[in-house]
Design a protein around this ligand. Structure first.
Ligand SMILES: [Fe+2]
Ligand SMILES: [Fe+2]
Length: 307
């Protein structure tokens, strides 16, 4: 960094817009952007909402699904509230590829779409709830994405490893389980559309990092390893995707909602299936990061055991 002034936030960087080169430099990432545009869907019309038959379900099941899909909307909303910080990081840092910038802009829109579609299903189940019945621990709903993305002391590569490669891989595995378990036609179609987007979000992370391998230094690898371990230990294994990992009186209403929604076929997955998916995701992540020199250790967890 030489004698450049120290900056406290990515937002302190001066924006240098020109030359603005819009030619593809990472064709596989540009292909993901093309695919996103082709597969865009409207939450209001893409899902057969009229087919939702509330009379098939008990009051208990509908109340559970209402809370469950409200919580899904709150989680997806972090794409609206926090993903723009990642986009700012990509556009403010000199030399970041145009294809990554374009893809992230559409990724943010896709998360927003997931939020609204989840809200619409909560409405069908009896009404969207705008907050948790009891305030759950921070680890179950916050990952500090905005702070990390805007922090120049954390490299974008480390951020991408933790929150795109790891976070999106676990998210998509959970959606695969929800898709298998869903029997309600409306919930199943909603899960299918979200999963189709999430698969591209994962691909972006892994493909982008594969381009960056040639720039990895031992310091960067050590940093990526640190951030990766932190996000698995303090977010994934602390209930961010699997709420039953942190049982308490504050999380119990949402744990019950998840289990009843899963059993009713309304788009949830049972804790047994989520546990299997979490184990599988962590094993896949460990295997796929090893060739990059990033060593993910085994973790001991009071509920999951050794993972
Ligand atoms: Fe999403
Ligand atoms: Fe996503």
């Amino acid at each position: 960094m030489g004698n450049e002034p120290r900056i406290g936030s990515i937002l302190d960087l001066e924006e240098k817009r020109f030359p603005l080169n819009l030619h593809p430099v990472l064709p596989d990432i540009r292909a993901l952007w093309d695919l996103s545009n082709k597969l865009a869907w409207d939450p209001a019309t893409a899902i057969p909402w009229d087919k939702f038959d509330a009379s098939k379900y008990s009051k208990e099941q509908l109340d559970a699904a209402r809370l469950y899909w409200s919580r899904r909307a709150w989680t997806e909303y972090s794409g609206t509230s926090e993903s723009p910080a990642v986009l700012l990081r990509l556009v403010m840092e000199e030399g970041r590829e145009i294809d990554a910038r374009l893809f992230w802009a559409v990724q943010t829109l896709e998360e927003t779409r997931h939020c609204i579609a989840s809200y619409l299903l909560a409405e069908k189940c009896g009404g969207y709830m705008d907050r948790p019945p009891k305030q759950p621990p921070k680890s179950t709903q916050h990952r500090g994405i905005r702070d990390k993305a805007l922090n120049p002391a954390i490299s974008f590569e480390a951020f991408a490893i933790a929150h795109i490669c790891i976070g999106e891989t676990v998210a998509a595995k959970m959606f695969e389980e929800r898709y298998k378990a869903a029997t309600d036609p409306v919930a199943k179609e909603l899960v299918r559309l979200i999963l189709r987007d999430e698969i591209r979000h994962i691909q972006f992370g892994w493909k982008y990092m594969a381009h960056k391998v040639k720039t990895f230094t031992p310091e960067l690898i050590a940093e990526m390893e640190r951030v990766a371990i932190d996000v698995i230990e303090n977010s994934e294994l602390q209930g961010y995707h699997c709420i039953w990992l942190v049982p308490s009186e504050h999380t119990q209403p949402m744990i019950d909602a998840n289990n009843i929604t899963a059993a009713a076929g309304l788009g949830g997955a049972s804790p047994e299936r989520e546990m299997a998916a979490l184990r599988e995701s962590i094993a896949d992540i460990r295997r796929d990061m090893a060739p990059w020199g990033i060593k993910i250790p085994m973790f001991d967890h009071p509920v999951v055991g050794r993972v």
